[in-house]
Ligand binder design. Structure first.
Ligand SMILES: NC(=O)c1ccc[n+]([C@@H]2O[C@H](COP(=O)([O-])OP(=O)(O)OC[C@H]3O[C@@H](n4cnc5c(N)ncnc54)[C@H](OP(=O)(O)O)[C@@H]3O)[C@@H](O)[C@H]2O)c1
Length: 326
């Protein structure tokens, strides 16, 4: 099978298209033929080892000190079940599925084996493979942060980086949970963010959300521009700052802020659970969640996709297409 492999950390040029052995599913596994996958901000971080402040060494220890331990990037995909192990009874050959491998990666390949009890679920029928490929990473991240932040219906939420992958998912999920949502983005993305149904959009090139007198129950920072020192005055009493992008110094503040105020900082890696995939699929099926797609690239041009995601300016998700949608 074809796979995109990298054997050293660095710029997108480290990615190579290689021919590898096609995997065989174990007794409890399904073999998925990939129709579409994504290049996320996380893929680019892992490829380049460009990590949030304070996490460089930890990342190297986890990912491989001198070279990557997992040579295939990609944390999510959508495709068709091509074969199943002898003990599998939840999926059958031909099922259309989407899957999330999270930090284990390995999705930038023509085939991927997943345990039937792993993070894999049936593709919502109303989504294309491209859209379904982009449900998991940003969707589960936003969902997990809202769960940890105990978002309640009626609360006021502001999402910084509302046009990005996590931001577009966070806006849609916050709306689903009944929040009053404000999106912060640059002028070029105001219409996109408005189309997601926010109550207010703030163009950060013209207005600073920390200086406009508004206060929020929940601030979601996906851009790394709203640390506690800057945003605390914009948090209501008992407000929560969800640092999707936060460095080690932000995390070290967490206990102190909890001890000395009614406010909370929530940070760290998000958990992706199979229940969350099913929940997101149900929302998608009901028309309440639809991954936003910015650009599509063919598999062979994945380095170009990395170059674009590296800019930090993608809108929603960047898709890698292996099989064109029917
Ligand atoms: N904690 C976790 O488990 C976890 C999980 C997933 C992702 N992440 C991290 O979260 C971050 C966001 O991921 P993503 O997929 O959403 O990235 P992305 O799609 O590249 O989005 C970044 C967005 O940030 C916006 N932005 C850039 N500068 C900004 C500024 N000064 N103020 C407000 N918005 C700004 C950009 O919009 P404009 O062009 O409009 O500025 C862009 O849409 C990444 O750093 C990623 O590594 C963390």
């Amino acid at each position: 099978m074809k796979a995109i492999v990298y054997e050293r950390y660095g710029p997108p040029d480290v990615l190579e298209l290689k021919e590898l052995a096609k995997p065989t599913p174990k007794d409890n596994e399904i073999l998925i033929r990939t129709h579409a996958t994504t290049v996320t901000a996380g893929d680019c971080r892992v490829r380049s080892l460009h990590m949030p402040v304070g996490f460089g060494l930890i990342a190297r220890l986890v990912l491989g000190v001198s070279r990557p331990r997992q040579p295939i990037l990609g944390s999510e995909l959508a495709g068709k079940v091509e074969s199943v192990g002898k003990d599998v009874n939840k999926f059958k050959i031909g099922d259309e599925v989407f899957a999330f491998t999270g930090a284990r990666l390995g999705c930038h390949a023509e085939y991927k084996c997943m345990p039937e009890d792993g993070a894999v679920a049936l593709k919502p029928a109303n989504l294309t493979f491209d859209e379904a490929a982009a449900i998991s990473s940003c969707g589960t991240t936003a969902l997990d942060f809202f769960r940890r932040g105990k978002l309640q219906s009626g609360e006021k939420v502001v999402v910084i980086g509302a046009s990005g992958g996590v931001g577009t998912a966070a806006v849609q999920l916050a709306k689903h949970f009944g929040a009053d949502v404000t999106g912060v983005c640059s002028a070029a993305n105001v219409e996109l963010v408005r189309s997601l149904g926010v109550s207010h959009v703030i163009d950060y090139t013209r207005e600073d959300f920390t200086q406009n007198g508004e206060t929020y129950d929940v601030i979601v920072d996906t851009a790394g521009t709203a640390p506690y020192s800057r945003s605390k005055a914009s948090l209501k009493e008992k407000g929560r700052l969800l640092l999707v992008l936060g460095g080690l110094p932000d995390m070290l503040q967490i206990p102190w802020v909890s001890m000395t105020s009614s406010k909370k900082i929530i940070a760290g890696p998000a958990a992706g659970r199979v229940e969350d995939l099913r929940f997101l699929a149900e929302l998608a099926q009901a028309g309440e969640f639809r991954p936003v797609i910015d650009r599509r690239y063919p598999f062979e041009q994945i380095a170009e996709a990395h170059r674009y995601v590296d800019t930090g300016r993608k809108k929603g998700n960047v898709i890698i297409t292996l099989e064109p949608d029917d």
